[in-house]
Design a protein around this ligand. Sequence first.
Ligand code: AMP
Ligand code: ZN
Length: 496
Amino acid sequence: MLKLYNTLTRRLDEFTPMSHDRVTLYTCGPTVYDYLHVGNWAAYVYWDTLVRVLKFNGYEVERVMNITDVGHLVSDADDGEDKLEKGARRDGKTAWEIAEHYTEAFVRGMHEFGLVPPEHMVRATDFIPQQLALVRTLKEKGYTYQTSDGIYFDTSKFPRYADFAQLDLAAQKAGARVEANSEKRQPWDFALWKFTEPGKRRDMEWETPEDLLDSHGRETPGAASGVASAIMGFPGWHLECSTMAMELLGQTIDIHTGGIDHIPVHHTNEIAQSEAASGVQFARYWLHCNHLKIDGGKISKSLGNGYTMTHLKERGFTAMDLRMFILQSHYQSEGNFSFDILTAARNRLKNWRDTACLRHQVHDRLDDDTKRNDAPQYLSPQAAIGAMREALNNNLNTPEALSIIDESFSSISQRPLGAIYRAGLVELLQAIDDMLGLQLLDSTPDISDDAKQLLVERRRARDDKNWARSDELRDQLKAMGIIVRDTAHDTIWTYA
Ligand code: AMP
Ligand code: ZN
């Protein structure tokens, strides 16, 4: 039984999808104005683990992940610049070019992290007509009003607005900034569609359809001269997620994921506008990952600690090292990034790969069925798979799953090679790769026939007590990236 912590109910809920074998899932994707930092990657690794665990439980998953390429403003209060337009000025490019560049970088990164590609990866700018249609539905149902700078959602018409995030709106009102958008009816009302500032052009802007505009809201430019020109505009950030989720997955989806920063504004607004439009529940399970911090503080480019994969690679780390680091913490706990902990994670992954290499060095024989069953003191691969799945089914407890693997691997690697059940080891490695995406099998191919030949020669040299020759062969193998180690029973190789 799979249990997930549901922000909607604030408890651990048993997961049962709407359809018995299929799960619809929406993940809030990145805003593509810069490279992702380690904290952003943590979010996507956790949701990838969720997808893997759902699949391991036999569900077919249909997932949408959006690419925010327009409308995410620097401030949550619907003012400030669009992050894309700001990034474009920083890089001396257009917002379209910025979006393309950082989307490509994200997709490359997803591949390096081994993230399961979502069935739908969709850009906000590809869903403009659909977003406008949602604004139209909300307008027709009386949920919108127009100000001089856009079309807003009137949260007073949606009485459950504060429930999801347990917002204290009275306190929020008292603390609202005086200079904030004074035309809003409530400080927490949010823009569905913003108008391009009069007299300005944006890289990304679309015509606001006539029927969405109030006659009184704002003067139609050029009206006085008799040649009315269109009012240009762009969608608010929250609108894209509601639109793409409902367009592609239906009005009610099973699971919606995001970061804890999304709870009070972004997801609260998604729920309000989606449910106001559809009249039915938007998402049944809401999962939120906590943030990764550095020395207890925020990760941010301006503080110089927004490490990207480029920074990590410069220091010799791979995406898989970071993936291991991320999985060592539970998605709901506040993670702490340091290069020391990342180094420890890399060592752990190296140890696991060493165990994975053992599968090439053992050969099952006919009596293996007894070998599998006769060792109750070992956590058998089958038992380890079951325990790992149980840990992950308990609200994605990855730290617990990792310690089960540590225990199982240490019992396997302490055995003489002849006492290792190869098929069981391979099954366990496959299950780890399926659920945790650590690519243990792919990263540990068998060594070449030449290397194997050298190992045979070295064994002969040792049998002949020709230690000089044996050391020479060891060095030769080392030059090929293969380390040999002699135990009481066997000679074992691993990758350097
Ligand atoms: P953004 O590109 O800013 O929209 O963020 C992309 C994702 O990263 C969102 O789901 C955020 O919740 C998440 N995120 C941002 N900062 C962190 C962090 N320090 N730790 C974990 N997740 C984060
Ligand atoms: Zn979203």
